[in-house]
Design a protein around this ligand. Structure first.
Ligand SMILES: [Fe+2]
Ligand SMILES: [Fe+2]
Length: 269
């Protein structure tokens, strides 16, 4: 009997330990590689809370202390924050696969490939944390990524705009600064990990752009103004420069979108 990839993606989403979630991604990846398909006619499950390990404790972003990168604890906190983003990104990619029905096969395959990348990113950061005596769950974290998933749970177009093209694109902007700071501490191994992540995140945002444009074509709406209107309604608080224009261009942002983002960000000040 054929295995349905969208059901396997939901298994990833609902897995509630670190090890079981990573193992479920491996099962999903193997099934995708073996040529299993997706039943696109099955409506997605409206998961409002993914399976999660007991730790990290989730707190409002303002409750997270700032720590100096000169101390090992500060470096661990930074690596932990990125690991948390990667762990959530596994859920976000798998939620897109399991939730949104009636999309072309390429949509499901793209987001499965993103989930596989995110699991690899998470494992790389786990190794870096373990090397300095820490583990995922040792610090508190915030829930901003999944909150945006909830806000866009009924609309694939809005999800593509506001998760990959707003939140993941923000990662493109801030990662070079983190790489520079880690470089100053001499932590070359973590620098290498972040360089891999930055390179691969460009591809994730590009996948978001591709399917955002697809949804716009389907609905006969103009991508640029639709994107900027969504940012205005929901995401303008998350806009902050400086922007990584080169990476964003590679990820499919148009010069009109970048101009619009800058105008909106200034408006929000
Ligand atoms: Fe990632
Ligand atoms: Fe990503």
């Amino acid at each position: 009997m054929a295995t349905d990839l969208r059901r396997l993606a939901r298994d990833v989403l609902m897995a509630d330990t670190i090890d079981s979630k990573l193992a479920a991604v491996d099962v999903l990846a193997a099934a995708a590689e073996a040529g299993c398909g997706s039943d696109v006619s099955v409506p997605g499950t409206d998961v409002t809370r993914p399976g999660r390990p007991d730790k990290p404790q989730l707190v409002p972003p303002k409750a997270l202390p700032k720590r100096s990168l000169l101390q090992t604890e500060g470096r661990a906190a930074l690596l932990h924050a990125i690991a948390h983003i990667e762990f959530n990104a596994i859920d976000l990619a798998c939620d897109a696969v399991q939730r949104f029905a009636e999309m072309p096969d390429g949509f499901y395959m793209d987001w499965i490939s993103v989930a596989v990348d995110e699991a690899r990113h998470f494992r790389l950061l786990q190794e870096q944390l373990a090397g300095i005596g820490y583990a995922y769950g040792d610090f508190a974290a915030h829930d901003g990524l999944w909150e945006m998933a909830l806000r866009t749970r009924h609309d694939c177009l809005a999800r593509m705009a506001l998760v990959p093209r707003l939140l993941e694109a923000r990662g493109l902007d801030v990662t070079p600064g983190m790489i520079a700071k880690l470089d100053q501490t001499g932590d070359t191994a973590s620098v290498e990990v972040l360089e891999i992540i930055l390179r691969e995140e460009v591809a994730h945002v590009a996948i978001g752009t591709h399917w955002f444009n697809f949804c716009c074509r389907e609905r006969n709406c103009d991508p640029e103004s639709t994107f900027l209107d969504l940012l205005k309604d929901v995401g303008r608080g998350a806009l902050r420069g400086p922007y990584n224009d080169d990476a964003r261009r590679l990820a499919g942002f148009t010069s009109g979108e970048m101009r619009g983002i800058r105008v909106l960000a200034n408006d929000a000040v």
